[in-house]
Write a protein that binds this ligand. Structure first.
Ligand SMILES: [Zn+2]
Length: 243
């Protein structure tokens, strides 16, 4: 923890100082993916959200127990539940990037899947506003279905595009590496990327362009948890619904 706090100071303080010298504060938001039902890892995540007063967007696969998730999140002040795919199932033809929707799917079929996902959320008393495509794969047919239902989309790495169809707000800072197995990306790597994202926004005068922190509570190793705790003690995420 102390190591990561020190690393954060060494790698981010000067850039954050340039922001505060201009009277600005960066806009961070926080997305966590792959929830299906409550469990110890989710509890740990929610405790961090609560402790640091950090609003959280939890991307939920609709084939899980959404009502139990709603109950688990009820005592945490600011948690938004977003739709994370239909069944988080890779249906990409051989050789193509992983994704749930592909060229062979009709708009009617995808819209029906989306309608079912929205209905599953509605049964748990939720009206979702955001869709997070598994593997960040937003096929044009999926985008058309999202626009039809008035849902925004969140993928990875791009600028916010509120006027796009569907409106887009991405995550940018993935704490994990995925290949060959899931593990912490490493404090230096994450922080150098954070510094670059901050500098790009400062130099471009895009002070309000959000930076999305991305976590996957079910896959965190202990270094990921430790870094996340240190990072949340230094940055102040805002609710996605606030921008
Ligand atoms: Zn996922």
């Amino acid at each position: 923890m102390l190591l990561y706090r020190t690393l954060i100071s060494v790698l981010l303080d000067s850039e954050l100082g340039r922001w505060s010298a201009r009277g600005k504060a960066p806009v961070f938001w926080w997305r966590d993916d792959d929830a299906r039902r409550p469990g110890p890892a989710l509890n740990r995540l929610l405790r961090l959200s609560e402790r640091f007063e950090a609003p959280l967007t939890l991307a939920v696969v609709p084939d899980g127990d959404i009502a139990a998730l709603v109950a688990a999140c009820a005592t945490t002040p600011d948690v938004e539940l977003a739709i994370h795919g239909f069944r988080h199932e890779n249906r990409a033809p051989e050789g193509l990037p992983s994704g749930e929707v592909h060229d062979g799917d009709s708009l009617d079929e995808v819209t029906a899947e989306l309608t079912a996902a929205i209905a599953a959320f509605a049964q748990a008393g939720l009206k979702p506003e955001l869709f997070v495509p598994p593997w960040n794969n937003a096929h044009p047919t999926l985008n058309a279905a999202l626009a039809h239902h008035g849902l925004a989309v969140s993928r990875y790495g791009q600028a916010r595009a509120p006027e796009a169809s569907p409106p887009r707000v991405d995550a940018h800072l993935d704490l994990m590496r995925w290949k060959p197995t899931a593990r912490f990306r490493g404090g230096v790597r994450v922080l150098l990327r954070a510094r670059r994202l901050l500098a790009e926004r400062r130099l471009g005068g895009q002070w309000d362009q959000p930076i999305g922190l991305l976590t996957h509570h079910l896959d965190h190793d202990e270094p990921t948890w430790t870094f996340l705790e240190a990072f949340l003690s230094r940055i102040t995420p805002v609710s996605r619904r606030g921008f």
